[in-house]
Write a protein that binds this ligand. Structure first.
Ligand SMILES: *[C@@H]1O[C@H](CO)[C@@H](O)[C@H](O)[C@H]1NC(C)=O
Ligand SMILES: *[C@@H]1O[C@H](CO)[C@@H](O)[C@H](O)[C@H]1NC(C)=O
Ligand SMILES: *[C@@H]1O[C@H](CO)[C@@H](O)[C@H](O)[C@H]1NC(C)=O
Ligand SMILES: *[C@@H]1O[C@H](CO)[C@@H](O)[C@H](O)[C@H]1NC(C)=O
Length: 396
């Protein structure tokens, strides 16, 4: 048996030697093996869209609940007694190569002091706005409802002199209803048309460019034959005249995107931060919204299910998000409008729509389930975290 003193006299020099050797090696060459995750990439180069939802019971509670005064009733799933809201909000979006911090509402409003954030587009941007307002309100309980300059809804945060608002312009371009005159030769029961002026932005957001320091655009969900069927179609006009080769919906969408992007590039000041939010995916399962399509899921989809649901080549019910995204990406190429790509992360969340918890007795039998908008608190809170991170990267 070696005596303890002898043992330590042998071990200590060797530990010392090994430590020095380790220090030397680790300072000159990359570690061969590490149990820790690699250091995250700086968030300015990170692709926040690329990642996974991880069940995280330690995730802090959402910043708000059903009492937030900015809620829209149909998205207030807590008030409408959806049962598993705690579980829905225990999933955390974890980007692969970097960390996504939760918004710090005090710090963000401080950064935005005397500045304004605007959303322009359809109800999916309104869904985004409501989440944003409810989160920001925790830093300023004096937040007031705001309605001016044609804004549909918004809030003013008096402690910071910040306004965050939404302008409803579902097609972005100007459009109006023109009923068929009784004297017209009425072919195929057409009741009238919606005239879309592809080169004129809707009144709701003209003249607002100077007011905002950050703008977030979107349009997409209205571009379908369910909103504009053959008897009340969209008809596209350019320079005030009907476009001579009548455009189908997708071509009309492409031309409107090109024109609105051109308008934004020309009219919105250069130092305004501009984002274009890519499509929010729908999750109708088993049929369209008016064919008993349903989203009574209690867990997110798996990554290997996404293509089956969303790849246009599979011709599923929810294929349009990716299809429209391709047109948006093309229209934005070479501009200073940044992509806000929230599609992929949202594709997983078949479990997080209001579904049948709509707060009105007959809503489901009349409108079907809502597998398009999102429960709040919910997925749009993660959209807020990503938008805020991108704004901070640009302004700080
Ligand atoms: C970011 O990741 C998403 C999801 O994996 C992917 O669709 C997208 O193309 C990526 N964007 C860039 C700019 O690499
Ligand atoms: C909702 O949040 C408010 C604070 O914003 C809090 O005072 C209230 O107790 C919460 N209500 C419920 C039912 O958790
Ligand atoms: C509030 O912000 C606006 C810009 O949005 C600015 O013009 C105005 O002077 C600010 N008011 C105060 C009291 O700082
Ligand atoms: C939807 O469900 C109702 C009730 O189960 C049924 O009567 C109706 O035919 C269904 N509609 C479609 C389009 O499947």
């Amino acid at each position: 048996m070696v005596q303890p003193t002898k043992l330590s006299s042998l071990i200590f020099p060797s530990i010392l030697f090994l430590s020095l050797l380790f220090l030397f090696l680790s300072s000159t060459s990359p570690p061969l093996y590490t149990t820790k995750k690699l250091l995250p990439l700086p968030s300015s180069t990170c692709n926040f869209s690329n990642g996974n939802w991880v069940l995280d019971p330690t995730k802090p509670d959402p910043f708000y609940n059903e009492t937030c005064p900015f809620h829209r009733n149909a998205w207030n799933c807590l008030k409408n007694k959806r049962g598993n809201m705690g579980f829905i909000n225990s999933w955390k979006w974890v980007p692969r190569d970097c960390e996504l911090e939760r918004i710090d509402p005090w710090r963000f409003l401080g950064l935005m002091r005397n500045k304004n954030v605007g959303f322009v587009g359809d109800s999916l941007n309104e869904n985004f706005l409501v989440s944003f307002l409810c989160v920001l309100r925790v830093a300023d309980h004096g937040a007031e409802k705001w309605k001016k300059k044609g804004a549909w809804r918004g809030a003013y945060f008096p402690m910071f002199n910040v306004t965050v608002a939404y302008h409803r312009a579902v097609l972005l371009a100007k459009y109006k209803w023109i009923p068929t005159q009784s004297t017209d030769s009425n072919q195929e029961g057409v009741k009238g048309i919606y005239r879309v002026d592809v080169d004129i932005p809707a009144d709701e957001w003209t003249g607002i460019a100077d007011f905002y320091d950050v703008l977030v655009f979107n349009t997409g969900h209205w571009w379908g034959y369910d909103k504009f069927p053959k008897v009340t179609p969209l008809v596209f006009y350019g320079h005030g005249e009907p476009i001579s080769h009548p455009l189908g919906l997708l071509d009309g969408y492409r031309v409107v995107l090109e024109n609105m992007v051109h308008y934004i590039q020309k009219e919105v000041p250069k130092n305004t931060l501009k984002f274009w939010r890519l499509q929010s995916p729908r999750h109708f399962y088993g049929g369209e919204w008016n064919q008993n399509g349903s989203c009574l899921f209690d867990r997110p989809l798996e990554e290997n299910q996404l293509d089956l649901w969303f790849d246009p080549s599979n011709n599923g019910v929810n294929k349009e998000a990716r299809r429209l995204n391709n047109l948006i990406k093309e229209a934005l190429r070479g501009t200073d409008i940044r992509l806000l790509d929230l599609t992929h992360l949202s594709e997983f969340r078949a479990d997080a729509h209001p579904a049948i918890w709509l707060g009105k007795k007959d809503a489901v039998s009349i409108w079907g389930q809502d597998c398009m908008h999102w429960c709040l608190p919910g997925v749009p809170d993660t959209w807020v975290d990503i938008l805020v991170q991108l704004i901070r990267n640009s302004l700080e």
